[in-house]
Design a protein around this ligand. Sequence first.
Ligand code: FAD
Length: 411
Amino acid sequence: MALYVMDEANRCLQCKVPQCQKGCPISTNIPLAIKLLKENKLDEAGKMLFENNPLTTVCSLVCNHENQCEGHCVLGRKGAPVHFSTIENYISTTYANKMTEGPKPSNGMRVAIIGSGPAGITIAIILARYGYQVTIFEGKDKIGGVLRYGIPEFRLPKSVLDDIEYRHLELKGIKVRPNTLIGSAITIEDLFRDGYKSIFVGTGVWNPNTLHIKGETFGNVHFGINYLNNPDSYKLGERVIVIGAGNAAMDVARTAIRKGVRRLTCFSITKEVAASQYEFSYATLEGVEFEYNKRPVEIKDNGVIFRDVIENEDGSFTDVDGSDTLYESDSVIISISQGPMTRLVNSTKGLNANKRGLLEADETGHTSRPGIFASGDVVNGARTVVEAVAHSKIVAESMHEYMQSLKDSTD
Ligand code: FAD
C-alpha cells in the first residue's frame, strides 16, 4: 500500500492555486500534506490533517471525493486525478496511533453536547482543546451518530469510530453518557440548572420521511434509516423493493444483498439515481437492479403498485394514465431521506424550529435561545459528514467566544 500511496503522491503537480483544496468543503491543505509526506514528515502531515479536520480518518473513507478534492484535481481533466482519499487515509490512520496526548488543563467551565455524530464530536474535540469540561449526551448506546448507525461496516469500519472514541474523547477526558436522550428524563433546562455554561445541539435528522400512501403501515414495510440501525433484526425475505435511489438507499440495498436478499430493485421517481456515481456503480456490481420514473401509489402485502411518470423540464412529474403495475416483493424499504425529531424543541423554552422542524440558528450556530448552539443536519437538513464538521468548527469558536464573554462579565 505504501508504494501505491507514494506513486499517487508523486503524481501531484503541487499547483500554485490548488483546485483540489478549493473543492474540499473543509479546505484541507492537500498540496502541503503531500509535500510533507514526500519529505518523510508523516507526523507533521498527520498533525496538520487532524488539526484542520478532527474526522480526517472518517472523511478519507466516506467523503464524495469524486465531486470534491479528486473531482477538482487538474490531472482529472485528461486522465486520473491524484487519489488524495487514499493518501489521506494512509497518513491519518498511521498518525492516529501516535495520538496519545491526555487532557488539557481544565478552565473550570462545563459544556454539554447533545448528540455524538460528526457535529457533536467536532465541537467536543475543539472545546476540550481549550480546556472546557465536556460531557456528551447520546441517545444510543455508542458514539458516532449516522457514522455508526447508518453507514454500513463495509464502507466505514466501526473500529475507526472506536479509535476516535478512545483517542479523542476518552484520552482527552471528555465524558460520554450513552443511552441518554435529552428531552425526556433529562431536559436542557436541567443542564442549565447544573451549571453547563453552554449547550450544543447536534441531534441530526432521524425521523424517516414518509410517502403518505395506502399500505405504508403494513408489516412488510420498513424505513431505511431504521433498517440500517440494526439490519440483523429484520426478516426481509428473498425479494425486496427499495423506494428511493439516493446514497442512503444504496447503503440499504447493498446491506440487504449482503444479508442474503436474492433480488433487490431500487425504484426512482426520476430518470437518474440521486446517489453518487461510485455508490450507484457498486450497487450495480453487487446485483442491485434499478427502475426509473416510477411513482409508488399503493403498498400491498405482496409488493408495490407503481405508476409510470413523465419527467417535465421544470422538474415536475406527469402521471401516465393506465400504467399502474404491481411489482411483487416480500418486503419494502422506504428510503427517501429524513427530517428532525421534535423532542428538544418541544421540551425547551425559546428554542425555535423552522417549518421543516430544523433548528433556527445563524451561521455561527447561535439558536433562538442564548447559550444554546447548534450545527450539522439538525440545522441544515440531511447533508454530509464533511459539511457537518466544517460548520461545527465555526460554531465551536463561537461557543468559546460566548463562554469567554460570560467569564469576563463575572471577573
Ligand atoms: P448525526 O450523525 O445524525 O448524529 C446525531 C446524533 O444525535 C445521533 O447519535 C443521535 O442518536 C443523537 N441524538 C438525537 N437526538 C438526541 C437526543 N434528544 N438526546 C441525545 N442524543 C440524541 N455523508 C457523507 O459525507 N458520506 C457518506 O457516505 C454518507 N452516507 C450516509 C448514509 C446514510 C444511510 C445516511 C442516513 C447519511 C449519510 N451521510 C453521509 C450523511 C451524514 O452521515 C450526515 O450528514 C452526518 O452524520 C450529520 O452529522 P450530525 O452530527 O449532524 O448528525
